[in-house]
Design a protein. Structure first.
Length: 353
């Protein structure tokens, strides 16, 4: 026990060094990439590494403002920070809690997406995440009785949001893990645009928010990660879009029973979603949609995800199935190219009819 504690302190110290030893005064790291005239800031927030790149005269100050916004939102949405609004909601014991505008908006959006996806996305899944040890990195397989009883405290329908006030039954907990970073990306992009930036790329721990196009007017080239190992299965060309991928490969553990358990949970069972998908990438106008949908589509699985896309069609989607097939919606068929070493992968186009 003591050994593990010392190890954790050492690990945290090393991580802090990696972040802060590189820092200049202010928050994060600032660097001029002379070759491309890009301004870049790298920092750690919301439990992930972020790299913001922007072009233009005001890029430095705009990036700093965008980073400050992210830290502000992190302070409001953290599940562990006792001063955060989410922490207050989760410890409210059933009493109403008054929210800031940002938090009310993201919760309103998360609950709306939960309704639209029939609960495939459920921001009240946190007690189940904790039971599987994903919130502490001390993973375990909960018993079916434990899951059964915890599921009584899961259910977005029970959260009552009225304007900027929310009421959650005692025992229920909220977690913005599946949507917060996307919404934060929208707000950061807005700050950049307000300051005249027309070309920027925000990498929010793998969630990409592209502001405009590249400085020369061409599309950004975004690699789609190989969910089975190293490398990228292909490249997607986009401008002014959020591109977000979810997959259990991002966070998982192998149980004593030899099975792999991933961090995206099917709220209807309390078990990691296992629908034959390795990853889902969503291409959307807004980061919050881009973040909410891949998580939800991963839970739904390839067939239901296709049906959801046909019913909405205001986003594009690229799914990689566990048996190594790519299924992408017709809107991006000309914007996606397979990488050389994946050139033999089968690609199927999902059409509106
Ligand atoms: P993402 O990486 O955006 O797919 O979000 C995954 C994270 O969202 C997990 O680490 C959990 O914190 C949380 N989560 C897992 N399953 C769900 C779900 N079905 N609905 C909402 N949030 C979830
Ligand atoms: Mg998500």
């Amino acid at each position: 026990m003591l050994k593990r504690y010392i190890y954790q302190i050492l690990l945290i110290t090393c991580c802090l060094c990696l972040v802060s030893c590189d820092s200049e005064p202010g928050i994060g790291r600032q660097r001029n990439t002379e070759r491309s005239q890009a301004k870049e800031r790298e920092f750690f927030a919301m439990d992930t590494y972020m790299t913001f790149t922007a072009y233009g005269q005001e890029a430095d100050t705009a990036l700093q403002a965008a980073e400050e916004e992210i830290h502000k939102l992190e302070g409001e949405w953290s599940v562990t920070d006792e001063n955060s609004e989410i922490y207050k909601i989760n410890h409210s014991q059933g009493a109403p809690v008054t929210l800031s505008q940002d938090t009310a908006k993201i919760l309103d959006f998360a609950l709306e997406m939960a309704r639209q996806t029939d609960g495939a996305l459920d921001p009240t899944i946190y007690p189940i995440m904790t039971a599987w040890g994903f919130t502490t990195d001390q993973n375990r397989i909960p018993s079916s009785e434990e899951i059964e009883s915890l599921l009584e405290n899961v259910g977005y329908e029970q959260a009552v949001l009225n304007g900027n006030q929310i009421q959650l039954p005692a025992g229920m907990e909220l977690d913005l893990g599946a949507v917060g970073k996307g919404y934060a990306g929208d707000l950061a992009a807005e700050i950049l645009k307000d300051r005249g930036i027309t070309s920027a790329l925000l990498d929010i721990g793998g969630n990409i928010q592209a502001v405009g196009s590249r400085p020369d007017g061409s599309d950004w080239r975004l690699g789609i990660r190989n969910p089975f190992g190293e490398g990228q299965v292909g490249v997607l060309f986009v401008s002014d879009r959020a591109v977000v991928t979810s997959g259990n490969y991002e966070r998982y553990f192998a149980g004593d029973d030899g099975q792999i358990y991933g961090h995206i949970i099917d709220p209807s069972t309390g078990y990691p979603a296992d629908t034959g998908l390795a990853s889902v990438t969503i291409i959307a106008e807004e980061g919050k949609v881009g973040d909410a949908l891949p998580t939800a589509m991963f839970v739904k699985g390839p067939q239901e995800a296709e049906e959801y896309w046909r019913a909405h069609q205001d986003f594009d989607m690229l799914m990689i199935t566990e048996d190594g097939e790519i299924r992408l919606t017709e809107g991006i068929q000309d914007s996606f190219t397979l990488s050389g070493s994946f050139a033999n992968m089968e690609v199927q186009v999902i059409r509106s009819q």
